[in-house]
Design a protein around this ligand. Structure first.
Ligand code: TYM
Length: 322
């Protein structure tokens, strides 16, 4: 059973990506799983091409540094031809209403001058990512669950309309750290594209900066160490982060600390230790461009080969291609 997931190089990877996604991919991965850098998805809003290239490379290094086997990673645009073809087939399987009601599309298109059509159709490309590889399980944070639902619907609909070819995928959620919040504004999730980086711990931040960001985290003035996400979202966020780093329930952690300062210090230390090996290995890989290029090339080749037969079956069943 293949598991597949991805991360978009729309900014530097952060602690939420690590705890909610990358770390689980690395520790729960099985041979045959696939994890990739979804650079095509970064084009749905205005972006800088040179920066995208740098970020894609950085993310590939982070995935390998986090412990994902180098033969399980690839960069999405290296499969642009296959994915473009399957995406079109799936766009013609998806209704306008289904795509337009995606929560992320509604949120991200709000207040934008020119809304790119790709912003609306990108969940269909995401379905192509998943269905091309026959993935049965898609580990994602809760912000992506709706997109996996769409991939399920499209797989079923294609199979019923044209013939069985696609595995129907399911989302798999993490027990904690499904949503790490911004340290400065716990009402928001920690995000790669936030303008102000004070509330975002990046995987490649140096340890002193990580300490400072966590120690400045926004809490409240109640001065009671309890785990109450609705009433004390900033503190609950810290407890959840500490919980994800130490495998202890947030409620139990709350009982161990007498002050917000103590929670912050413990969380900062735990985060620094969790990120340290990943940061160090990623920096090593980034200093070895030939090795990264080799990993990328081999990954592209393997992933394209694995998906080829599904794409040709789908094309044949849909009455296209030679
Ligand atoms: P992306 O790049 O937004 O996020 C990558 C992964 O990180 C998780 N995540 C978080 N988890 C906890 N707390 C947070 N603050 C946080 N922010 C992000 C996300 O849930 C995700 O698992 N479209 C996808 C990438 C994608 C994909 C796919 C995923 C492309 N194709 C196919 C699965 C299957 C995205 O932009 O993820």
């Amino acid at each position: 059973m293949t598991r597949l997931s991805a991360i978009t190089p729309s900014g530097h990877a952060h602690l939420g990506n690590h705890l909610g996604a990358i770390r689980r991919w690395a520790t729960q991965g099985r041979p045959g799983d696939l994890y990739f850098v979804s650079d095509l998805h970064a084009m749905t809003v205005s972006y800088n091409p040179a920066r995208l290239r740098v970020l894609s490379r950085e993310l590939l290094a982070v995935l390998v540094a986090a412990g994902i086997e180098p033969d399980q990673v690839f960069v999405q645009s290296d499969l642009a031809r296959e994915l473009g073809a399957l995406s079109w087939i799936l766009e013609c399987t998806c209704s306008y209403g289904e795509a337009a009601r995606m929560t992320q599309f509604k949120q991200k298109s709000e207040g934008q001058g020119m809304v790119r059509l790709g912003l609306m159709t990108y969940p269909v490309l995401m379905a192509a990512d998943i269905l091309l590889q026959g993935a049965a399980e898609v580990p994602v944070g809760d912000d992506q669950a709706q997109h996996v639902e769409l991939a399920r619907s499209l797989a079923r609909r294609f199979n019923q309309t044209y013939g069985e070819v696609f595995t129907v995928p399911s989302a798999v959620m993490p027990p904690t750290a499904a949503r790490v919040r911004d340290l400065a504004d716990p009402a928001r999730k920690m995000s790669k594209s936030t303008q102000d980086s004070a509330g975002t711990v990046f995987i490649l931040d140096d340890p002193d900066l990580v300490q400072r960001k966590i120690k400045r985290a926004n809490t409240d003035s109640l001065n009671r160490v309890e785990y109450r996400p609705d009433e004390q979202p900033g503190l609950a966020n810290l407890l959840e982060i500490l919980s994800a780093c130490t495998d202890t329930r947030p409620k139990d952690l709350a009982e161990q600390y007498a002050s917000y300062g103590a929670v912050k210090a413990a969380t900062a230390d735990a985060v620094v230790e969790v990120l340290r090996p990943v940061r160090e290995r990623a920096l090593e890989l980034l200093a070895d461009p030939a090795e990264l290029d080799r990993i990328r090339k081999e990954g592209a080749h393997r992933a394209a080969e694995r998906g080829a037969h599904r794409l040709s079956s789908a094309m044949r069943l849909a009455g296209i291609g030679s």
